[in-house]
Design a protein around this ligand. Structure first.
Ligand code: ZN
Length: 403
């Protein structure tokens, strides 16, 4: 049987010592007999996902861990999210993240999330398929107030600013956005493509405002879902698939849209799992079970587990520790699959920082022919002593696939 690879990324798993846990991290403090056994019988180490001193975003870190080059392969967040909600992008599409927002009659933003609208589907369906100046707009609902917007046609550019009042660009953030007038997208270079794209997008936003304002569902709403705030535009280029890059058929098991998008973009087949939500209520056991089954058909299986990051961002120390124990429970008898197994994180999300950090993350690689380095437990401190040493995310696939 050809070798099978299972990569489990626990988002934001890495952490820092916490006084409340006796100076241990949540991973070190958690009872994790399965992770510890895999670590003991495998090789361990630490990884800087984007290299030392860099605080990763999840999407960038995943692409680098998968062996892609950010400088040439990173399409921006828009295309990844659009792929994640099921839009089949074509070369040259501009994909944009968007929110349904509430504005007043002067287009001043009252709420960036339209009162945290729970399902934007009934609003977004009226915007899908609109054509302006030869450009088609594809709009699909994401989670809650979020949607993905794609501009398809000739002569487009992603060098434009956002209509979002909070993020003028991804690097220019306005904190006191309440009551600010929506931004009009502007070109950020002098190309005719950027000017054209900004102009057509603005026409769409005006039209969308008219259509949304007339939606009967808005009549009873205090926070009317009547404007589209755009951000994170990206130009879509086809990436080399896992099959082309590594000769491996690959599958992706994830709950949250961003990670399904990453999987789909890298040519993985995104496998649906009932109860995989990308939220703390996600069914970890069902995802691992799906991974076990998928090995019959695929060579490489990527499993993404999100809640470790959510607990870290909420500063919920005990919640993070308890969730790690839940992950561990799902890994019972994982060795029986005979797969080469890697378990790691895309970045640390220390509970005391409530944010991503530049700290290295623990890695374990277990397999029938992998050196057992005798590290007794899967934890940040223990992995520092492991045989893989400390390496950068860009080397991960080389190490993993050589096992
Ligand atoms: Zn992450």
């Amino acid at each position: 049987m050809p070798r099978k690879y299972l990569l489990i990324i626990c988002d934001g798993l890495g952490d820092l010592p916490i006084p409340e846990l006796g100076g241990k991290t949540p991973l070190e403090a958690a009872k994790t007999p399965n992770l510890d056994r895999l670590a003991k019988n495998g090789s361990t180490g630490l990884m800087y996902p984007l290299g030392p001193g860099r605080r990763p975003n999840s999407d960038e870190a995943h692409l680098v861990i998968f062996g892609y080059n950010l400088a040439t392969d990173y399409p921006g967040r828009g295309p990844i999210e659009a792929t994640g909600v099921g839009i089949k992008l074509q070369e040259g599409d501009i994909a944009i993240r968007a929110n349904l927002a509430a504005v007043d009659n002067d287009l001043r933003v009252i709420d960036r999330r339209a009162g945290r609208i729970e399902d934007c589907t009934p609003f977004v369906k009226d915007l899908d398929g609109i054509k302006i100046d030869g450009i088609e707009f594809i709009a699909k609902p994401g989670t809650g107030h979020r949607l993905a917007l794609v501009m398809r046609g000739k002569g487009l550019s992603d060098k434009i600013t956002n209509s979002d009042v909070h993020y003028v660009t991804e690097n220019q953030i306005v904190e006191n956005w309440e009551g600010q007038k929506v931004n009009i997208p502007q070109p950020t270079d002098n190309s005719p493509e950027a000017c054209f794209t900004a102009e057509v997008l603005q026409k769409f936003l005006v039209k969308a405002h008219e259509i949304l304002s007339a939606n009967p569902l808005n009549q009873g709403r205090e926070m009317k879902a009547n404007y589209i705030l755009t951000r994170g535009p990206g130009y879509y280029r086809q990436l080399k698939s896992f099959k082309e890059k590594y000769g491996l058929s690959a599958a992706c098991i994830a709950g949250a849209g961003l990670y399904k998008g990453l999987g789909a973009m890298t040519g993985m087949e995104v496998l649906p799992v009932a109860g995989a939500t990308g939220l703390p209520n996600t069914n970890v056991a069902a995802k691992i079970q799906k991974a076990r089954e998928a090995m019959a058909e695929f060579d490489f299986i990527f499993v993404h587990i999100k809640p470790t990051d959510i607990y870290g961002e909420n500063g919920d120390i005990l919640g993070k520790k308890a969730f790690i124990e839940k992950i561990d429970a799902a890994l019972d008898t994982l060795e029986d699959t005979k797969a080469v197994i890697a378990i790691t994180a895309d970045h640390a999300t220390p509970c005391l920082l409530k944010d991503h950090s530049a700290d290295p993350v623990p890695v374990l690689i277990y397999g029938p022919n992998v050196f057992a380095d005798g590290v007794e437990k899967f934890g940040e401190s223990e992995c520092r002593e492991g045989s893989l040493g400390t390496f950068n995310g860009q080397d991960f696939m080389k190490i993993f696939l050589s096992c």
